[in-house]
Design a protein around this ligand. Structure first.
Ligand code: ZN
Length: 397
């Protein structure tokens, strides 16, 4: 069975992330422009590739012929890469995709001492969003001495171990010369994927929404609003009835939108059925004016009988970021403190109304966040006036 997986490549431009992604993928710009023309495909990420598994020796290649023994290989995994830019605002992007991502490549450059503050921040973020499938790409080994590359390797190893990621493989790569990229690919192929339970009702996170019609399109040629994102669980098929939460704001609150899946496209082409691990653009029967300019980004797309909670207060069991050596926050979460909550694809400010042990109740200020009991809330707190990742919380009410 072919598996789909979304991975996050975390690191900065300076660490050589862009070059690495280019080495991993063989992106066809031609295809990209065709997709643009269609206007349906949503590019949540910016790159993708396909993995084939050798029928004889099991080696993974990006070609249909095994790069080790030359035998025929079969389609094994479709990999989509989500971009997480390496600066402060990365968090919003990274967090809104958190529930969709099954693994990550952490990029660490050999020409700097490890860990840099930013690398620490990246690893903390990966821990908070619960990423267990991780591989480190040690980049820039080509511009340092072999001695320095080895030292840096040991620094990375210690850093990972100190951070509770003991068994994470470290692959030194030289992206522009394509050295060890296949080794990195073997590790991505090893990421164990939970078999998404097909019987579960679909929950899709919309991270983008738009109107694909050009101005002046004839009415009978108009296509419905597009929702872009990926499924967290379950499956969606063309023709499925869907509901979109929280929907649109009406006088006394929010009204979910009802619609239907007309057509679906992933980065790999037209799809008739999608499940977790694939970024997908859904063409719906919605009035395209509703989806314009990311109006419905942050929404949940669900099946009719699987309504999420929409409550003004959210209760969760808070776990602060562990192993915080610097102990960033001087005080634990306080009553009346304003926190930033990221839940599924949405985010909102909330005021803490009660704290008892690790149980926290927070009241949403001016918005709604659809969720299911058991979902994870990611909590940021103000630190020197900057929203800083502080921990996560399992929602119990
Ligand atoms: Zn082989």
């Amino acid at each position: 069975m072919v598996e789909n997986i979304i991975i996050d490549v975390v690191g900065s431009f300076a660490d050589g992330k862009t070059t690495l992604v280019r080495a991993l993928t063989n992106e066809s710009t031609l295809r990209h422009s065709e997709e643009k023309k269609r206007g349906i495909t949503i590019r949540l990420g910016y790159a993708h590739f396909v993995l084939y598994k050798c029928k004889k020796c099991g080696y993974l290649s990006r070609k249909q012929q095994c790069e080790t023994c030359g035998s025929a290989s079969e389609l094994f995994r479709k990999v989509s890469i989500i971009d997480s830019p390496g600066h402060k605002t990365l968090m919003t992007i990274m967090l809104s995709g958190a529930a969709l991502v099954s693994g990550a490549i952490l990029v660490i450059a050999a020409n700097q001492k490890c860990p840099q503050p930013q690398t620490e921040e990246h690893l903390n973020a990966l821990r908070i969003i619960g990423i267990k499938n991780l591989v480190v790409a040690q980049t820039k080994v080509d511009i340092v001495s072999p001695q320095r590359a080895k030292e840096n390797y040991q620094e990375i190893k210690k850093f990972l171990s100190d951070s509770g990621f003991d068994n994470v493989p470290i692959i030194p790569v030289f992206s522009t010369a394509n050295v060890n990229i296949v080794e990195l690919i073997q590790e991505i192929g090893k990421f164990p994927l939970e078999n998404s339970v097909a019987k579960k009702a679909p929950v899709m996170l919309a991270v983008r929404s738009f109107d694909a019609n050009r101005p002046g399109t004839a009415i009978k040629e108009l296509v419905g609003g597009i929702l872009g994102g990926a499924l967290k669980e379950g499956e969606l098929s063309s023709g499925d009835e869907i509901e979109i939460y929280p929907g649109i704001q009406v006088k006394n609150g929010w009204q979910p939108l009802k619609s239907k899946v007309i057509d679906m496209h992933s980065e790999f082409g037209k799809e008739s059925k999608v499940s977790k691990g694939l970024t997908v653009g859904l063409q719906t029967a919605l009035d395209p004016a509703l989806t314009r300019r990311d109006n419905l980004a942050g929404s949940l797309i669900v099946s009719v009988k699987n309504r999420p909670q929409l409550k003004p207060r959210i209760s969760f069991e808070y776990s602060p970021l562990e192993k915080q050596e610097k102990n960033l926050f001087k005080r634990s979460i306080q009553k009346n403190e304003v926190v930033l909550l990221n839940i599924l694809a949405g985010k909102a400010l909330a005021t803490v109304t009660a704290v008892s042990g690790n149980k926290v109740v927070a009241a949403l200020s001016n918005s709604v966040l659809p969720y299911y009991v058991g979902d994870n809330a990611i909590i940021s707190r103000k630190l020197d006036n900057v929203w800083t990742l502080a921990g996560s919380g399992k929602i119990y009410d």
